[in-house]
Design a protein around this ligand. Structure first.
Ligand code: GDP
Ligand code: MG
Length: 461
């Protein structure tokens, strides 16, 4: 009898996978993600549940119905934000009773009395939390809303979360990982050879450290940086830039130490794995043995009752590449990756070097926003104005949106891989940010030296 995956069933019910997972959690059924397969019994329960919804229009069910109409539950919030909420009274996280009384146009004494009813004793100047304010407002029959606060990081960059209506689908960013000689480089080459058709004029493709392919009109971004290095250096700085890890395992060799390391990196980063079972052309290829070994190391592929996709490939012969790319797009779709193209860009430096003729060059991954030639930028301890941008095809481009890797020229210095970058409105801001960073780095260095010299002192006593 047929088993279904979470996302398949969600599609059937016309709800989002997220919503279905939430429902499963409520029912006490454990699922790991959208790819999890569901037992027939569970499917039966769910079908009954979602079948009933149509008939019983009590309040909770009505919301569910609404959810059913919207494919994605996020659209509901979007919907809500677009309609009606404009006139709602906005209250900050905490507010003084006096100010609150002015906002909801009620007497301070009335509010204080109601507060006392809740067991809160406050004076006009005292601050109350939003939740308390909301409760009081409701007692007056008034609905209030939390005021959006602009969040800024230590360098003054706006970190306000994007509004749902500004978010657009973005391509997935992929890292290839696996044991040495299992075929990571060959696989990336095969993907490029089969799917990157456009070449730079003159026929030389410049290598910028990332490649992009297109399948069925959808983009996929591959980072060339060996996955392990990317993970260790970048994750150490809290940067997580990949959405999906491709775990390359040679079918004639099986799970090896770096395979295990790669698995633990992906698990720590909480990103889905797709296994590329490589070298299936080899006469001594033994896929079953590999699958068994993977299961012993916590990677349960579909055939083994898990939810990890395993795509057999031969990087050497270019076989199975399309299927692998399709699987990537499938997993990406489930992840619902989104970004806001309508703001200043930020992201991470993938690699950087000093080029004799071109000066400092850096390949950066734009994670959010849009970057343009002429934008000012602060990248790690380097700043500058973007003089030129080169995409993964070696083409000069003027503008690049979210999930694009580009090489940039115009920086004052060479930043480090893993550094974050931010585009700024003015040169001045970029320079100030970098100066602040440099001071901070110097202080940290000084502290480190101070500590060492103290220890040294004690050594001599
Ligand atoms: P990496 O160290 O993981 O980057 O592995 P490479 O891509 O350098 O490949 C290591 C060796 O395996 C090379 O000699 C490749 O030609 C060979 N190789 C890679 N993929 C395949 C494959 O699908 N089939 C066969 N037979 N050999 C492969
Ligand atoms: Mg290699």
């Amino acid at each position: 009898m047929s088993k279904l995956r979470v996302y398949q069933l969600a599609k059937e019910f016309d709800i989002s996978s997220k919503e279905l997972i939430n429902r499963l959690v409520e029912l006490g059924i454990t699922v790991t993600n959208h790819m999890s397969t569901l037992e027939e019994e569970t499917i039966g329960i769910l079908k009954e549940l979602y079948g009933k919804v149509e008939e019983e229009p009590d309040e909770k069910k009505v919301t569910e119905k609404k959810n059913k109409k919207n494919k994605d539950s996020s659209e509901i919030t979007e919907h809500k934000e677009q309609n009606g909420d404009k006139n709602m009274i906005k209250i900050p996280e905490t507010i003084a009773v006096q100010e609150f009384s002015e906002k909801i146009e009620k007497n301070v004494s009335q509010i204080i009395t109601k507060l006392m009813g809740l067991g809160v004793f406050a004076t006009a100047n005292q601050e109350i939390d939003f939740d308390v304010a909301a409760t009081i407002a409701l007692e007056f029959g008034i609905e209030i809303e939390k005021e959006e606060v602009k969040e800024e990081n230590e360098f003054g960059f706006d970190q306000t979360p994007d509004k749902l209506e500004d978010l657009k689908e973005r391509p997935p960013v992929i890292t290839v990982m696996g044991h040495v000689d299992h075929g990571k480089t060959s696989l990336l080459d095969a993907i490029r050879d089969t799917h990157v058709t456009e070449r730079e004029a003159g026929g030389i493709t410049q290598h910028i450290g990332a490649s992009e392919v297109e399948l069925n009109g959808k983009r996929i971004v591959f980072l060339d940086t060996p996955g392990h290095a990317a993970f260790t250096s970048m994750r150490a700085r809290g940067a997580s830039i990949t959405d999906i890890a491709i775990l390359v395992v040679a079918a004639d060799d099986g799970v090896m130490p770096q395979t295990i390391e790669a698995i633990s990196h992906a698990k720590a980063a909480n990103i889905p794995i797709i296994v590329a079972l490589n070298k299936i052309d080899r006469p001594n290829a033994n896929p079953d043995k590999v699958k068994q070994e993977l299961s012993e190391n916590g990677v349960l592929i579909e055939e083994w009752g898990g939810d990890v996709i395993c795509a057999p490939v031969s990087a050497l012969k270019g076989e199975g590449i399309d299927n692998l790319l399709e699987m990537i797009l499938l997993v990406a779709e489930i992840l619902e990756l989104k970004a806001n193209p309508n703001k200043l860009a930020f992201g991470t430096v993938i690699e950087a070097k000093l080029d004799k003729s071109r000066g400092p060059v850096a390949t950066i991954l734009i994670q959010n926003g849009t970057l343009k030639v002429g934008d000012s930028i602060a990248a790690g301890a380097a700043y500058g104005r973007i003089r030129a941008m080169i995409n993964s095809l070696g083409k000069n481009i003027k503008i690049a949106g979210p999930a694009t890797a580009v090489e940039i020229l115009g920086l004052s210095d060479v930043p480090e891989a893993g550094d974050s970058f931010n585009a700024t409105k003015e040169d001045k801001v970029a320079r100030q940010v970098v100066e602040k960073r440099r001071t901070k780095m110097r202080e940290e260095n000084l502290n480190a030296t101070a500590k060492v010299s103290l220890e040294d002192l004690f050594k001599h006593i």
